[in-house]
Design a protein around this ligand. Structure first.
Ligand SMILES: [Ca+2]
Ligand SMILES: [Ca+2]
Length: 325
């Protein structure tokens, strides 16, 4: 059945290859640049940020997309209804996920012992909590430049608050609509490089042959290609999307600031009582149909797993916010 499905995908998308757009490299500057595409950082140890242009986009997916991708009905429904979102001003978000080195600085400065009390990891195909695991050792090889994983939503929010205090600038988690707009980077296809899953390994780190080798028996692997990583990857490995962002799809899931609602037209949940936080982008642990710009899922804010990290957004110093609907 899987073989038939994969052959079907090759037939459908074999001719849909799209060359990635390489953004013009920019030297990080300090301050909050007006021009979109510019990257900057507030301190040498703080995350590098990219200015995302003002604009509008259609958030969500069509039934045609989720049917073609064989997404189950319930999570497919999370992506509805398709609706327009307008950003009247540019905004700044992380060029990469927050890295191990960046997060480690926060843990040491705040003596945040709770992050070292265990993590849910994939141990050769068996997913479960191990008390000796953390962002420092998530059971796969990593460097300081890999995304910090084994981070709860509470840790991620605390990191943004700490960064705000330490730099004197306003950091927060990325809003869900900002995340999807930035991940799409002007595209309307399922992924920024097109709809294709057959060349996914060129653009994003998902559950591939390397994953299957490291975690045999985990049924999620896409065996059509090899991206070289059985766990996460360092941020500079895969090409940036047209907005200059790396790993919006694949590598690590990213916590967003949003409280989850099952449809975009459902009432906004009570922020103070939020039990479900939105995660985006899919990870090294997911099948290709999860690695799509519109895909969304949720977890409890206390969940700590080796497939989930985050990135930050930064508001301008003036009191007005950079984005509005
Ligand atoms: Ca992989
Ligand atoms: Ca990601």
């Amino acid at each position: 059945m899987r073989g038939f499905f994969l052959i079907g995908l090759v037939m459908l998308f074999g001719c849909a290859g799209v060359k990635p757009t390489t953004p013009t490299p920019t030297t990080p500057t300090s301050g909050y640049p007006a021009e979109s595409g510019r990257s900057f950082r507030d301190q040498s140890w703080a995350p590098e940020l990219v200015m995302i242009p003002a604009g509008r986009f259609m958030m969500g997916s069509t039934e045609e997309e989720t049917t073609r991708e064989k997404r189950a009905p319930e999570p497919a429904g999370f992506e509805r209804p398709l609706h327009e979102v307008v950003f009247s001003k540019p905004f700044a978000i992380g060029k990469y996920d927050v890295t191990v080195a960046e997060f480690d600085r926060f843990v040491k400065a705040t003596d945040r012992q709770s992050v070292l009390e265990g993590c849910t990891v994939d141990d050769h195909g068996k997913w479960g909590m191990q008390t000796n695991r953390s962002y420092r050792d998530p059971l796969f090889a990593q460097t300081d430049q890999h995304p910090a994983v084994c981070v709860t939503w509470n840790d991620a929010a605390a990191y943004a608050a700490w960064l705000t205090k330490e730099t004197g600038h306003r950091y927060r988690l990325v809003r869900e609509e900002e995340w999807e707009y930035a991940a799409r980077a002007g595209t309307t296809t399922a992924r920024w490089w097109g709809d294709s899953t057959t060349d996914l390994c060129r653009y994003a780190n998902g559950a591939d042959r390397s994953f299957d080798r490291d975690n045999p028996g985990d049924a999620q692997a896409n065996l059509t290609c090899d991206d070289g990583y059985g766990g996460t990857n360092p941020g500079k490995h895969f090409p940036a999307n047209p907005f200059g962002l790396h790993d919006m799809l694949g590598n690590a899931w990213q916590w967003t600031g949003e409280c989850f609602r099952e449809r975009y037209d459902a009432p906004l949940p009570d922020e103070a009582q939020c039990k479900r936080r939105v995660i985006r982008g899919g990870s090294w642990h997911n099948y290709p149909n999860v690695l799509r710009s519109a895909n969304r899922f949720w977890l409890a804010p206390t969940n700590r797993s080796s497939s989930i990290g985050f990135r930050v957004a930064r508001d301008p110093d003036a009191s007005n916010t950079p984005s509005s609907k």
